[in-house]
Design a protein around this ligand. Structure first.
Ligand code: HSE
Length: 413
């Protein structure tokens, strides 16, 4: 069985490396001979040990019927979408790490795969090397999944860990994450939360059976988190993590989904997930909580998941029946304003008596302290209420001349 690899970036070169390193073993597991026949990339790699396999011509791959599995590791929507569609329509299975494409076009591409009796597998699209897609639609198939929440982006978890443990500035930690091959080509997708958003959309679609579009999911990154917020979190036994979460709608209503930084207990399962590691908590009605943990980014962990999918394509006969969800027009996610949450607030004013003003608007609160706290700064956690109420109360404070310095949801995971 011949394989083609589309894209020779961090993940693509990892796929080729893992494949040739473990080829004999992979063939045993697949029960047949396997070979990489083409590597597609527009760049030149004259000194690469696999230089003879390179082509710039996608049509050569599409038209070669001996190529049965294609690994799309280009990333982004185009040309990945057109290439994937063409391959599936020509009866080739496609495996990918491309979360952007799956989150945007997953329902459609799965349908095309089914129509041509091939597979579209994307284990590497969520959680890097952590098995999560296959466990969700196979091992946990007996459950109704009620909720799924996780630390889904290695880069931001790496940055936050460096800020929390070493007081490292944001930019230094980001540069380090880029050097280590964790970050997206445009790291704004990591730090602004879009990468985690794509991943929670995929997990939500798989868990709740309907396509969820990233545009419908409120997404907030970590760029506004400061070392002061980190210190206040520590005062209540919490750490700040970027959490992606999705919950089944009650009584058939809209589902709730969001990506945002959150205070979570440093002793909780997700609170102990540090560095580039990801943690994903799945709440099933039969299993209760199941937690998946491992390296969520990086060349070889991600390549491991892609190559695993290649082996599964070689072993599979026909399309996997359980990997599917229904298309959607969008608009199936409740708005941020309806979200009910506890909230950490950091406020500053040299004229308003903040504890009194906050008490009047929010009732009883949990006051927080930090070393070096300025006299005109006040931080607290307010009790649970809908976000539209919190927004309105903050607007009142701002009307009185109070500055909002920080606002982070407080979660129970
Ligand atoms: N940039 C991503 C991350 C890579 O940091 O998690 C894996 O999807």
């Amino acid at each position: 069985m011949n394989i083609a690899v589309l894209g020779y970036g961090t993940v693509g070169s990892g796929v080729v490396e893992v494949f040739f390193k473990n080829k004999a073993n992979l063939q045993k597991k697949a029960g047949q001979e396997l070979d990489i026949k083409y590597i597609l990339d527009l760049r030149e790699f004259p000194d690469d040990p696999h230089a003879a396999l390179f082509t710039k011509d996608f049509a050569q791959i599409a038209q070669d019927d001996s190529v049965k599995v294609v690994a799309e590791v280009i990333g982004g929507l185009e040309p990945a979408y057109t290439f994937t569609k063409t391959c599936l329509e020509r009866g080739k299975s496609v495996v990918t790490s491309n979360k952007e494409l799956v989150a945007q076009k997953g329902a459609e591409l799965l349908e095309i795969a089914r129509a041509h009796q091939v597979n579209y597998f994307f284990e590497a699209s969520v959680g890097g090397g952590i098995p999560i897609i296959r466990p969700l639609h196979m091992c946990l198939a007996a459950n109704s999944i009620d909720e799924i929440a996780g630390i889904l982006n290695g880069t931001t978890n790496f940055i936050l860990t460096k800020m929390i443990r070493e007081g490292m500035p944001f930019e230094t930690a980001l540069a380090l994450a880029q050097q280590l091959g964790y970050a997206e080509r445009n790291p704004a997708a990591d730090v602004e939360g879009q990468d985690a958003c794509r991943k929670i959309c995929i997990l939500a679609a798989l868990s709740f059976g309907e396509h969820v579009y990233p545009k419908d999911v409120y997404t907030e990154g970590i760029t506004k988190i400061t070392l002061e917020d980190v210190a206040y979190a520590a005062d209540c036994g919490c750490v700040i993590k970027l959490i992606g979460r999705a919950k089944r709608g009650e009584h058939g209503g809209k589902l709730s989904a969001m990506v945002a930084p959150a205070f979570i207990s440093h002793e909780s399962q997700l609170g102990t997930v540090d560095d580039v590691f990801n943690g994903i908590l799945v709440r099933g009605d039969a299993t209760g909580d199941v937690v998946f943990y491992g390296k969520g980014a990086g060349k070889l962990p991600t390549a491991s998941a892609v190559v695993g999918d290649i082996i599964d394509c070689a072993k599979a006969t026909g399309t996997s029946p359980s990997l599917r969800w229904n298309p959607s027009e969008g608009g199936n996610v409740a708005s941020r304003e309806e979200n009910v949450t506890r909230m950490y607030l950091r406020l500053q004013s040299d004229t308003v008596k903040l504890p009194q003003a906050v008490g009047k608007l929010f009732g009883e609160v949990h006051t927080l302290n930090r070393a070096g706290q300025a006299a005109d700064e006040y931080a607290c956690i307010i009790s649970e209420r809908p976000e539209h109420e919190i927004d309105a109360a903050i607007a009142k404070l701002e009307g009185m001349g109070v500055t909002l310095m920080g606002k982070v949801r407080v979660l129970d995971y």
